[in-house]
Ligand binder design. Structure first.
Ligand code: NZQ
Ligand code: ZN
Length: 390
């Protein structure tokens, strides 16, 4: 196991009615909030009105900026930064899913920076300061309510890039599973795929003797699959929603990733898909993860076989462990299909002729190779995209 430091300062307020705490939680950081939200789900559900009521009661005024699109864009971030400066915003409150939270993070760091906020996403600048940031989560998936990351797409050139800083972990995360009852099955499924991918990016490692986190990862993967299957039939099952919601945060707060080398190449490859075709991140991952594993299995047959045995209950073939590994990958694909996810380029609407450009963009600002499990070159990235076409 590797050395590590780990601190997750986010305060969680989990359960029914917790959104009513928004006002008092914001009030601890000042008198004026930026209410940031997406394309209207929080308006339709009545959540936004409830949050405004709570702010009013706590003597917090607000400016609002809605309209965050899935795969959030830099253009709205610039607007948000201007608004924060003009209105003298004390705290940014994100109300929505990962895209809203990521956009809010970008605004919160951009408002405290003299240059172009995009510098943080190209590695030209590191985050020194940030406006206080709180979250009301409506979609368990990206884990942004607890992660130190933000992913934003630059309209020009459709470059989807991430920025990491411990300063970007939200101060508080309000998580009421009932707020997720309105999610369509497709978004619920995309969320399950994404949180599983966050676990698997950590699970497929070269670091030996990490049994504690291995077992934690395997347990979370099994639970997410169990509750995702239930939610496809029973979208209003509170306990299934609650377990999935907490799994999303556990998957990406990094408690599962400490002390081990992590890969993340599948996420980099997926970001090119959702950047170029504007597809849901989770759907892109359902296409890319099996392809990644098929490519990696010959290099790491024991670990992929362990995954198959412990997560999917495949019997270990000691003579031909590669059979066990491939069976596990097949069962992962079956699970994705079972919850209505695409597993090929065609089903996603991606085009084989774009593979060259995507493989090139993957490595932009990222060196010559992606990942650590078996690190992949530009040619290998293209080979994995091709596997995803089948
Ligand atoms: O925009 P609204 O109207 O709110 O609708 C959203 C959106 O259309 C809808 N939705 C959200 N909550 C809902 C709801 N619909 C009904 N009921 C609710 N309760 O869901 C749609 C998708 O929302 P989005 O926020 O885009 O989804 P998600 O949470 O999956 O976030 C995806 C983004 O997060 C990034 C992805 O790349 C992608 O851009 N990621 C961020 C990470 C991070 N910051 O740590 C890590 C991830 O790996 C990921 O890359
Ligand atoms: Zn993800």
């Amino acid at each position: 196991m590797l050395d590590f430091t780990f601190c997750n300062p986010t305060q969680f307020y989990f359960g029914r009615g917790t959104q009513q705490k928004a006002g008092e939680l914001c009030r601890a950081y000042g008198h004026k909030a930026l209410l940031h939200y997406g394309g209207g789900s929080v308006v339709c559900s009545g959540l936004l009105d409830e949050v405004k009521q709570s702010l009013k009661q706590a003597d917090v005024s607000w400016a609002e900026l809605g309209g965050v699109k899935p795969n959030p864009r830099d253009t709205l971030v610039y607007e948000g930064i201007e608004l924060c400066r003009k209105e003298g915003i004390d705290i940014v409150l994100a109300v929505g899913g990962g895209s809203v939270i990521d956009s809010a993070k970008a605004i919160a760091i951009g408002a405290k920076y003299g240059g172009d906020f995009w510098d943080f996403y190209t590695g030209k600048a590191t985050v020194e300061d940030i406006l206080p940031l709180g979250v009301i989560l409506t979609l368990p998936a990206a884990g942004s309510e607890v992660s130190p990351s933000s992913v934003v797409t630059k309209e020009e050139g459709l470059l989807k890039r991430f920025c990491d800083s411990e300063k970007m972990r939200p101060l508080f995360a309000i998580m009421n599973p009932e707020l997720t009852f309105t999610l369509p099955p497709y978004q619920t499924a995309c969320g399950a795929v994404d949180m599983m991918a966050h676990v698997m990016e950590r699970y497929f490692t070269n670091t030996p003797e990490v049994d504690v986190t291995d077992r934690m990862c395997e347990g979370i993967l099994r639970s997410v699959m169990k509750y995702a299957r239930i939610l496809m039939k029973e979208p209003n099952d509170y306990d299934a929603r609650a377990n999935i919601m907490w799994a999303g945060s556990v998957a990406h707060c990094d408690i599962l990733g400490v002390g081990r080398q992590q890969d993340w190449s599948t996420h980099m490859m997926e970001h090119e898909l959702s950047g170029l075709y504007d597809v849901a991140h989770g759907a892109g991952l359902a296409v890319m993860f099996p392809a990644f594993l098929k490519y990696q299995a010959p290099y790491h047959v024991q670990r992929v076989a362990q995954f198959a045995v412990r997560v999917f209950g495949v019997s270990m073939d000691f003579e031909k462990p590669e059979r066990t590994a491939l069976e596990g990958i097949k069962l992962l694909e079956d699970f994705y299909r079972g919850i209505g996810m695409p597993t090929s380029f065609k089903e996603l609407g991606a085009k084989e002729e774009d593979i060259g450009i995507m493989a090139e963009k993957c490595l932009l600002n990222n060196g010559d190779m992606l990942g650590y499990f078996h690190p992949i070159t530009r040619k290998e990235i293209a080979d994995i995209y091709r596997l995803a076409c089948q």
